[in-house]
Design a protein around this ligand. Structure first.
Ligand SMILES: Cc1cc2nc3c(=O)[nH]c(=O)nc-3n(C[C@H](O)[C@H](O)[C@H](O)COP(=O)(O)OP(=O)(O)OC[C@H]3O[C@@H](n4cnc5c(N)ncnc54)[C@H](O)[C@@H]3O)c2cc1C
Length: 397
């Protein structure tokens, strides 16, 4: 009996487990294979909806469902917190002390947000990375009567790179509708030397900041907050006063990956860009071709160190590759077809406010060429948000 263990029941883990179970259907029926998902909560979250709680048009209860309800009947679910992985013995140890043996391991544990890493972040800054934080931001926006709003980012990478830009554009539109635009100064602090990491997207977004009168400051990553003086301080030591501070919190990979010696202090798992196999931790200057890969450990989604958006869409397009590779290993054949190698495919909607959006579609070889924002792509995102539960995790799109 070959045991495929999938760690994490988010977008990547759920979809990968369902696709693997589908590919191994006969082996599972014969009792030769078994697929188990391990998740600490047993709940699946649709995180892109969190942003809309802050924008006033989403409810937290619509963004969570029991993980069991999304899994193929052939996938077992274990609700346990993963504490350690030992590749040498092929064992995963849980916080409860339970141990699970794997033949094939898929790591899809996503990432952590760490607002506590910046002093006074939790009391001074608002964000939209959890349902509770997003509801708190909504309340602050409702109470806002004009002044200085600063939107910043405390470290790269973070989940959904377009999200803080979308929030800036959506808030600008809201303030206009509420008659507060003239009495509000909006400032966006980009941590890099342009508005967005990918140049073509930056070229699309920069004029939108100008059109909407949002001050765009470059090389202005959020470093610290002076709560007494109500100023945010960037890593270039510049100060920006705020009445309302919205900031993407620092992100890291999960602690269990660091504790297991699989990931460096950042927590991001070194991952092969095409096979999605986890690579051994080696000194930084080791040529990539010389870095050994764990033959039976794959990773996908936010957990990896791949230079791609930390997005559900990335996990969505990686999952078929993980499923093909893992099931072929179980069945003792070579991975085949279009899913044998990951090409870096990602596809994300990008809201620009006023009922308009655009689409970012790219892979390792082809940067995005976002179409001029229009109503269609905004509607596309709305439809995607509504239909998510019936499509992505179940492998229907
Ligand atoms: C505000 C916001 C807006 C976003 N907007 C978009 C968008 O528009 N488009 C887009 O594509 N993406 C968007 N994203 C990003 C997207 O939600 C994530 O990239 C995606 O969820 C990553 O999938 P994953 O499977 O890697 O991790 P997750 O979906 O985060 O799942 C990880 C799972 O692992 C479990 N886990 C973690 N650690 C442990 C442990 N130690 N033990 C047991 N279980 C554990 C967690 O409980 C969780 O269920 C957004 C995210 C946020 C927060």
């Amino acid at each position: 009996m070959k045991h495929v263990v999938v760690l994490g029941g988010g977008v990547g883990g759920t979809l990968a487990a369902n696709l693997i179970a589908r590919k191994l259907k006969r082996a599972i029926a014969r009792g030769e294979a078994k697929v188990t998902v391990v998740d600490g909560t047993g709940e699946h979250a649709y995180q892109p909806g969190y942003m809309y709680i802050a924008m006033g048009n989403e409810r937290p209860e619509r963004l969570h469902r029991p993980e069991r309800s999304l899994l193929d009947g052939n996938v077992e679910l274990l609700v346990e917190t993963i504490e350690r992985i030992d590749p040498a013995t092929s064992l995963v140890t849980m916080a409860s002390g339970a141990k699970v043996h794997f033949d094939q391991l898929v790591i899809a544990t996503g990432c952590r947000i760490l607002p506590g890493e910046i002093k006074d972040f939790e009391t001074e800054a608002y964000h939209f990375y959890t349902p509770g934080a997003s509801a708190r931001l909504r309340k602050a926006l409702d109470a806002f009567k004009g002044g200085k709003i600063v939107i910043g980012i405390a470290g790269i990478p973070y989940k959904c790179p377009p999200a803080p830009l979308e929030v800036a554009f959506l808030i600008e539109a809201e303030l206009r509708a509420r008659g507060l635009r003239d009495s509000t100064q909006l400032t966006f602090l980009s941590p890099i030397n342009r508005a967005f990491t990918i140049e073509s997207v930056s070229d699309m977004a920069t004029p939108i900041f100008a059109e909407k009168g949002i001050e765009l400051q470059l090389l202005a990553g959020v470093d610290s907050i002076d709560a007494e003086r109500k100023v945010v301080i960037t890593d270039a030591m510049e100060e920006y006063p705020y009445d309302l501070l919205i900031c993407v919190p620092p992100h890291k990979g999960v602690q269990a990956m660091i504790d297991s010696g699989l990931a460096p202090k950042s927590g991001w798992l070194p991952t092969d860009r095409h096979t999605l196999q986890v690579k051994h931790l080696v000194p930084a200057n080791t040529p990539d071709a010389e870095v050994p890969r764990y033959p039976n450990i794959h990773a996908l989604g936010d957990a990896t160190d791949l230079p791609l958006s930390k997005a559900g869409s990335t996990a969505h397009f990686e999952a078929p590759i993980v499923a093909e590779r893992v099931s072929s290993l179980v069945m003792g054949r070579e991975p085949e077809g279009k899913d044998a190698r990951y090409t870096g495919k990602v596809m994300c909607f990008f809201e620009v406010g006023d009922g308009k959006g655009t689409l970012l579609q790219f892979d390792y070889e082809h940067p995005p060429r976002p179409p001029k924002p229009n109503q269609l792509w905004h509607l596309g995102k709305m439809v995607f948000n509504k239909t998510y539960w019936h499509t992505v995790p179940r492998g229907r799109v």
